[in-house]
Each structure stands twice: as structure tokens, then as C-alpha cells.
Design a protein. Structure first.
Ligand SMILES: [Zn+2]
Length: 184
């Protein structure tokens, strides 16, 4: 009953994660009925954010430049690194306003059964770039895992602080620690 172009728009919206058929169609119709100015502003904002946003070279969170707002904030403790799977978890942890360290976004969790190995995550970047640099500067590093791989557990944060001896810090150690999360 709806014109093809509207159906196509609704279908494109539905392709986005978390969008159902009804809500996609409603959003498509709302967009079409919005004021031209509001519509243009929205399109501009989408285009703008897409062009200007990158991933932080240090932690993997969203950034407009080389570093994100968290990594470039000198009042944050750069030696306290909270490891999370996805960018969205950084946002929810930041809402608590109690954490003063920085983050590392893995993007994917190591899961050999699903063919996801250490090299498919950002774990090597964490070890080789960040931790080695901090270690050389003589910092005591604290890694906090905020990862919950088990779907049956709905609480996200199972905090496990891990203190590493800089002498023994290597990819295998941290990879093992991350794999150990399965038995948390
Ligand atoms: Zn960052």
C-alpha cells in the first residue's frame, strides 16, 4: 500500500541493529513528515559524524582526531586500563562518573571455537603499544577486565583487577588472563 520508495527506506532502517519492522516503518514515515529543515539537519549530522569519526589510535573508542577524549584527558590515570569488548560499554561505564582510568576496546573477544584468535582482536596493540610503553616509563599497570562473555549472565561488569609484573608481561600472559574470564 505504501509507495516503493518508502518501503525501501523502511527496509534500509530495518537493516540497522535492533530495529523491528514496525519501528522501522514508523521512523521512515516520521522522517518523511518532518520539517525540511529538520530533515536536512539530520542528514547533515549523519554525514558529518560519519566523515569525522575515527577510532582512537590508543584505545579503539570513537575519536575525532588521533586520540579520543578519554585518552587525551591528562587527568585520567593512563596506567589503569579497563578492558572492554565493545565501545558501548565505555559509554555505560563513563555514565557512572566514578572511573578515572582509561580503556581498551577489544572489538572482539578471543574465542577459538568461533575462530576468533588473539590476532583478530586489538589485544596485540594493547600489549605491544600501550603496556610496553607504560612499563618502560616505570608505571605500575592495573588492568581491569569488564567482560562478560556468558550470555546467561546479564550483569555486565564482573570486575577483576589484575596486577602484572612488568617483567613477565607479554601477549601470552594477557591473552591467558582474558581467556580466564570464561571461568569467572
Ligand atoms: Zn582512546
Amino acid at each position: 500500500m505504501l509507495p516503493l520508495s518508502i518501503l525501501e527506506l523502511a527496509q534500509k532502517i530495518r537493516n540497522l541493529p535492533g530495529m523491528g519492522a514496525k519501528s522501522s516503518q514508523k521512523l521512515a514515515l516520521d522522517l518523511l513528515q518532518s520539517k525540511q529543515e529538520d530533515f536536512d539537519d539530520l542528514m547533515e549530522a549523519i554525514k558529518n559524524s560519519r566523515e569525522k569519526t575515527f577510532f582512537c589510535k590508543q584505545c579503539g573508542f570513537f575519536a575525532e582526531g588521533h586520540l579520543c577524549n578519554i585518552c587525551s584527558n591528562s587527568s585520567r590515570n593512563q596506567s589503569q586500563i579497563c578492558i572492554v569488548e565493545k565501545e558501548i560499554e565505555v559509554i555505560s561505564l563513563e555514565k557512572s562518573e566514578s572511573y578515572r582510568g582509561v580503556y581498551h576496546v577489544l572489538k572482539k573477544l578471543i574465542s577459538p571455537l568461533d575462530n576468533v584468535f588473539a590476532e583478530n582482536t586489538t589485544i596485540t596493540a594493547l600489549i605491544e603499544d600501550r603496556l610496553m610503553k607504560l612499563t618502560k616509563q616505570g608505571n605500575q599497570i592495573e588492568l581491569i577486565l569488564k567482560i562478560d562473555h556468558l550470555v546467561s549472565i546479564t550483569r555486565m561488569a564482573q570486575g577483576l583487577p589484575l596486577y602484572y609484573n612488568p617483567e613477565t608481561l607479554d601477549v601470552a600472559t594477557v591473552t591467558r588472563a582474558l581467556e580466564d574470564r570464561r571461568v569467572i
